[in-house]
Write a protein that binds this ligand. Structure first.
Ligand SMILES: [Zn+2]
Length: 168
């Protein structure tokens, strides 16, 4: 989620962290089932860019409704200042859903390609994974954590400054 928070800080209202997270859940259903049952490939088709495209389309279509339900459950009874920091739209546009879902699934394949040797991101065109251990696992975790911290700081800084006009 760290890189997602950083992307949210940059794209603000043009990106949904909820759809991004929804895509992360669906990306790892196949590995979860493989681990629980001991059958099938650990990462397999879901962790290819073709699989990620299909999962992104599914998440973009379903995510819009998941987002609405979450927003209803949260309720946004904010003070004016809290509103400035935390309030988000109750609805997402289709383009935001699509963008967020694709960023979610494609970044997942990219990061898992670096982390796991069995991921074949460009299957069936290229049957090998040239990105494996391009960064160390510790380096990758560090990158994700720092991206999340930096993203959070940037996001709330931009939100808190929004609407403040320089005085003449
Ligand atoms: Zn994964």
């Amino acid at each position: 989620m760290g890189p997602g928070i950083l992307i949210k800080a940059i794209l603000q209202g043009f990106f949904s962290l909820i759809i991004f997270g929804w895509a992360q859940v669906w990306m790892d259903i196949q590995p979860l089932l493989a681990m629980l049952t001991g059958k099938g490939e650990l990462h397999g088709f879901s962790h290819t860019y073709i699989g990620a495209t299909l999962i992104a389309i599914f998440c973009a279509l379903t995510g819009k409704w998941i987002y609405k339900v979450i927003m209803k459950m949260c309720g946004q009874n904010f003070t004016e200042y809290q509103k400035k920091l935390f309030a988000v739209s109750g609805n997402l546009t289709t383009s935001v859903c699509i963008t967020s879902a694709f960023i979610g699934t494609f970044s997942h394949v990219l990061l898992d390609s670096i982390m796991h040797g069995d991921v074949e991101p460009f299957y069936p065109i290229i049957p090998t994974n040239h990105l494996h251990l391009l960064l160390s696992i510790e380096g990758l975790y560090g990158l994700c954590i720092y991206a999340g911290i930096a993203g959070g700081a940037i996001y709330f800084t931009i939100r808190s400054l929004r609407g403040i006009q320089p005085r003449p």
